[in-house]
Ligand binder design. Structure first.
Ligand code: HMG
Ligand code: MG
Length: 311
């Protein structure tokens, strides 16, 4: 069966912008629940300035704990520069992701560098990561629209993708940072990109601001992409991109893929346990578009099983 590879980014993208502080123990437990549901790849945290993103200040403590408890789990971490890479390597990270935005202003707001400097720093970080023997991903953020500069030219997205690929990025992650893309745009942009990037190195990262997340994921599947980021419960958003809402929910993506005959290796029932746990952590109701229905189905099955057991 055709397989969809999902990286759950909830521990990083989902938690980086929350008002409620989440402990390292709780982050580890969330990651354990994801792994128990069959998730094989997570973005666990980011090695960024703790002043810029206080929620990720415990990255150096979290990574060795995840690696010790879940050695089989593919665990990536976001790093914005060489200092982040150095910290990630010291903590035992095996995979890093650099974050390059496709516009001048978004880079300045996010990582305090202009586009050219951000490109060069990302290249240097990828080279150094290879030297250290780490796997690498490169985000190309605001790949559809920038909250500051409007529609991002396709030519910029392809140019920066090629630079990241030439610098050795193992995976290019095309990111719709503010969730403004439509399926037609996804089809067109991925159509241009797959001429340049081998499909098994191309991933997508959708935010679901306008309810287009699943439709965009379908357009990406139709374009041949099989690598997706998603976030359990749909939590997420970049603190430096105004208007960014949560990510495409992992449960929505899994339901859509499995119902379309694609295998994810992820149990929806068990994923609901991770959603419920995230709700207790963040003290509000969470979940993708499908969560209410999924919960109802599970409750119905549990009732039927209980009735059978007492019959
Ligand atoms: P800066 O202030 O320009 O950095 O920040 P600097 O090089 O001038 O250094 C200032 C201080 O920060 C120094 O410390 C450095 O050592 C320290 P001091 O001397 O003042 O004590 N520093 C660091 N500390 C820890 N880790 C580091 C690091 N680098 C420097 N890596 C910087 C530049 C990039 C650090 C800052 O702007 C930053 O951390 N930004 C955070 C960016 C971020 O996390 N954004 C959210 C994630 S991206 C995202 O969500 C989008 C994505 O999901 C895809 C999508 O949806 O599009 C990936
Ligand atoms: Mg994101």
């Amino acid at each position: 069966m055709d397989t969809v590879h999902i990286t759950d980014v909830a521990p990083r993208d989902g938690l980086q912008n929350q008002k409620i502080a989440v402990s390292t123990d709780a982050k580890l437990h969330l990651i354990e629940l994801l792994a128990a549901a069959g998730v094989r790849s997570v973005e666990a945290t980011s090695f960024v300035s703790p002043k810029a993103v206080p929620q990720m200040a415990d990255a150096a403590e979290l990574v060795p704990r995840v690696r010790a408890v879940l050695p089989q789990l593919r665990t990536s971490v976001l790093v914005p520069n060489l200092k982040g890479l150095e910290r990630a390597f010291a903590a035992g990270a095996e995979e890093i992701a650099v974050v390059l935005s496709a516009t001048e202003t978004m880079n300045r707001k996010n990582i305090n560098m202009g586009l050219e400097q951000a490109t060069e720093v990302s290249e240097q970080t990828l080279h150094e990561a290879h030297r250290l023997g780490l796997r690498t991903r490169a985000y190309v953020a605001v790949a559809f629209d920038c909250p500051f500069e409007g529609e991002t030219p396709v030519s910029e997205v392809t140019r920066l993708t090629e630079r990241m690929l030439a610098a050795g990025a193992g995976e290019i992650v095309i990111a719709d940072t503010i969730g403004s893309a439509s399926p037609g745009q996804v089809r067109d942009r991925l159509g241009a990109l797959r001429e340049r990037v081998p499909l098994d190195q191309l991933a997508v990262h959708f935010h679901d601001t306008r309810g287009m997340g699943v439709a965009n994921a379908w357009a990406a599947l139709e374009a041949g992409v099989r690598r997706f980021d998603a976030s359990v419960g749909g939590i997420g958003g970049c603190p430096f991109a105004p208007g960014a809402a949560g990510n495409l929910a992992t449960e929505d993506l899994v339901l859509m893929a499995e119902r379309s005959g694609l295998s994810t290796g992820i149990s929806l029932d068990s994923l609901l346990d991770a959603v419920a746990y995230a709700e207790t952590l963040l003290q509000r109701s969470l979940g993708g578009r499908s969560s209410a229905w999924l919960r109802m189905q599970r409750a119905k099955r549990e009732q039927e099983q209980a009735a059978l057991a007492t019959a």
